[in-house]
Design a protein around this ligand. Sequence first.
Ligand code: EZ4
Ligand code: CO
Length: 405
Amino acid sequence: MKITAIKVFVNSVSRNFVTIKIITDEGTYGVGDGTLNGREIAVVKYLEEHIAPCLIGRDPSQIEDIWQYLFKGAYWRKGPVTMTAIGAIDMALWDIKGKVAGMPVYQLLGGKSRKGVTAYGHANGESIDEVMATLGSMIEEGYKVVRLQSALPGAKGTYGTMGGKKNYYELQSDRPLPPELEWNTAKYMNFVPELFRRARAEYGNEIRLCHDVHNRLTPIEAARLGKLLEPYDLLFLEDMVPADNQDTFKLIRQHTTTPLAIGEIFNTVWDAKDLIQNQLIDYCRMAVSHGGGITPLRKVADFAAMYNVRMAPHGAPDLSPIACAAHIHFDLWAPNFAVQEFVGFGTPAMNSVFKFDLKFDDGLLYITDAPGLGVDFDEAEAAKYPYKRSYLPVNRLEDGTMWGW
Ligand code: EZ4
Ligand code: CO
């Protein structure tokens, strides 16, 4: 079998998605997700100009060799654009291998370690009351784990909210430049414990809760937040500080028993190595797309397992149903899988572009035994939604200082 073509698509059904199809001379094709939020076209060009020409004529069964070829062969290793492009190729090759074998990808990885995949959803709101109402309905829907994010009263927008405007994850193409939000750490620190106090008071101790700080604290502030939230028994606090310097987490770890999660922007195991090896985190949030594919992610999982770190892949709305499918196969297999971020089934338009048979029942996600990844991409439907430039928001302190969003 030989690769005859690699097609790259970008569409804006609900938001921008980069999708690839690897076509073979035997008619079998594989699909992959190369979406990099706000930098989509950089990945499209990387795939079209720098990867596709090198892979035409190669044997698609050689997943590991192709991965090594693209990683080592680039010379310029790592980085989000390179690794997302490699991730898309890797996913599509696993899809082909599964289709050829007549097996779902989780079987190729080693088979199921569990009957279904525990999912966590988002309860985002403009006020604590709004978040509580959403949490209540999600518990009724069957969720066992929910992430809580509330706008700060009086703020222009907080992570997970946009100050009464669109959701941060929707297409922002009516704004020519990144939306600008405002941040105040002191107000946040005073506010967020109340969010979790209310959740426990109203919904009890059984529901597992988590929260995403989105890289907005300093290490000592993060340590304090971990302590403040200890009474509310979080499953994890995510991204309290950036991990550019992995040593930073030593300070946080010394002060709090609140479990820590990080990794959605990590591109290789090297971003997580010290965090894992020194047992400074509890959950690794690396994704199949931005982390370079299924091939490296399974190695991260095995490495993490040695240090009691569990996998909790990123699953925000800017990961397409193809990455979602790849994650579910990975999650079914990984012995140290914990929880999968999951934002629902998408709009009817999305379901016309991405065809994926997924079920949610009593907190768990299930897929069918379709060969490969079990997700298909409709080129003609996708063409109805052309790319529209759209950015993630940026964040400033109230005095104008640029901050992390
Ligand atoms: O901000 O996917 O845990 N989820 C997140 C996401 C990220 C977006 C970035 O594109 O932090 O919502
Ligand atoms: Co996050």
